[in-house]
Write a protein that binds this ligand. Structure first.
Ligand code: BJ8
Length: 429
């Protein structure tokens, strides 16, 4: 099977003749996409991006060796797909958490026949990565922890469970209710029991507190990077910043604290010196919507190659990942779990009803990041975000905020149409 028989992702895929079912060939492909799609047209990049470039170029290299070594030493690898599964609990039990996802359609062949055609690209891609044995992170996972957010993911766990141990956390649907908090807490306790069985470790107030401190520091460094994007000129492109967030999901947290921290130092210096990755006065765009998993850089590429700057992403691969914070208060596991529950349930995902907090987040971020306009980004067939985008578009426009709604997938089929719409939107700002 060649890529020519498959839907294209970006035009370069048409020229690649490789057997996409062969994992070793795929290892060489990601850096190639990265070179062709990612690097092109990026200027005046921060030096600190060298590390992140290395990590994405080596996506199946050093980190995978580290995970293999850790497993040989008795540690467990726990894979998750959603922000509502607390990294703190996994880390406290001395396991390694990796956020899995899928940002390309080259893995779809492996999920064909298992999912309806009108399934969101992220689910198709993620399942394909797992079932097609393409992604070594799936292969290494000792346990996959799913959740009951959207319907597509709920059904996806049943399919994945045929080939991997899967545990599903029942996340609540109406988070504003008191019983939703109690339910989430009960689900976290059940998750802890499952993870304690897996790791043969016990969750204590001490190890949980230490993990909370680590995750807090990691998110703080990402927040520093995002804060620098509030300046004009932006010291880092949206594309680079997105890559930094994407890598945060699978790289070692201690290394992330160090390397994202170093990048933030450099960006803060750039801000003081007025150094930009895009021109001063460039149109400033806030993206809001569905997550963008590696190597989904499509929208950032299309917007920033037109000279505009993406200044923030109100997505799970953006501000939703790090904005909610906590004060680490409490001396018992129960008290700390309550702090965690409040932190996680304050993330505003469209899978909740109602989800009015997201609208407030977008309006606040438009001000904070001085955005000239908002692009509402929805992966095709993602009903929760698709439906929310209609009301959001109307509401933001009424507030005088220019909005462009984009519904797309991982193919390049709509690239011409998107270019026209984005150009018209930027001209209008
Ligand atoms: S907290 S956004 S990571 S659920 S795009 S698979 S919603 S059909 S990813 Fe998500 Fe957690 Fe929410 Fe974030 Fe379903 Fe939509 Fe696909 Fe999605």
């Amino acid at each position: 099977m060649t890529t020519e028989e498959k839907p294209n992702w970006y035009p370069m895929w048409k020229n690649l003749k490789l057997d996409i079912q062969k994992h070793d060939q795929l290892l060489g492909v990601l850096p190639e996409i990265y070179e062709e799609i990612y690097i092109v047209s990026q200027k005046n990049r921060p030096q600190g991006m060298n590390f992140f470039e290395f990590v994405v170029g080596d996506i199946h290299g050093i980190r995978i060796s580290e995970l293999v070594k850790a497993q040989q030493e008795g540690k467990k690898v726990v894979a998750t797909f959603c922000l509502y599964i607390p990294d703190e609990i996994i880390t406290a039990l001395d396991a390694i958490g990796v956020g899995l996802c899928g940002g390309t359609n080259f893995s779809n062949f492996a999920s064909e026949g298992l999912l309806p055609a009108n399934t969101c690209a992220l689910i198709k891609s993620s399942l394909g990565f797992g079932l097609g044995n393409i992604c070594p992170y799936y292969q290494l996972a000792d346990l996959i922890v799913g959740e009951t957010t959207c319907d597509g993911k709920k059904k996806c766990w049943e399919i994945l469970a045929k080939s991997k141990p899967v545990y599903v956390v029942e996340t609540p649907q109406c988070k504003d209710r008191l019983q939703a908090r109690e339910h989430y807490l009960a689900e976290l306790r059940a998750l802890i029991t499952r993870l304690e069985e897996l790791t043969k470790k016990r969750l204590t107030a001490e190890n949980l507190k230490a993990a909370m401190e680590k995750m807090k520091k990691k998110r703080h460094q990402l927040k520093r990077v995002y804060n620098t994007r509030k300046s004009d000129p932006v010291p880092i492109s949206g594309k680079d910043s997105l890559l930094v967030s994407q890598i945060a999901f699978y790289d070692d947290p201690d290394r992330q604290i160090q390397m994202v921290g170093q990048l933030a130092d450099e960006l803060e210096k750039r801000v003081k010196e007025g150094v930009g990755a895009l021109n001063k006065g460039a149109k400033r765009i806030l993206i809001s919507g569905t997550p963008m998993a590696i190597p989904n850089w499509k929208l950032h590429h299309l917007v920033e190659t037109k000279g505009a700057a993406i200044v923030a992403e109100e997505t799970c691969t953006g501000t939703r990942y790090f904005e909610s914070d906590y004060n680490i208060k409490g001396n018992t596991v129960e008290e700390l779990l309550e702090v965690l529950a409040d932190r996680y349930m304050s993330i505003n995902c469209a899978c909740y009803t109602p989800n009015s907090g997201r609208k407030d987040d977008i309006k606040r971020q438009v001000k904070e990041y001085k955005a000239d306009g908002v692009i509402l980004y929805t992966l095709s067939f993602c009903q929760p975000y698709d439906i929310e985008s209609i009301g959001l578009e109307k509401d933001l426009k009424e507030q005088g905020i220019p909005v462009l709604s984009i519904n797309t997938d991982y193919t390049s089929d709509d690239e011409g149409q998107l270019n026209t719409r984005i150009e018209a939107f930027l001209e209008m700002l």
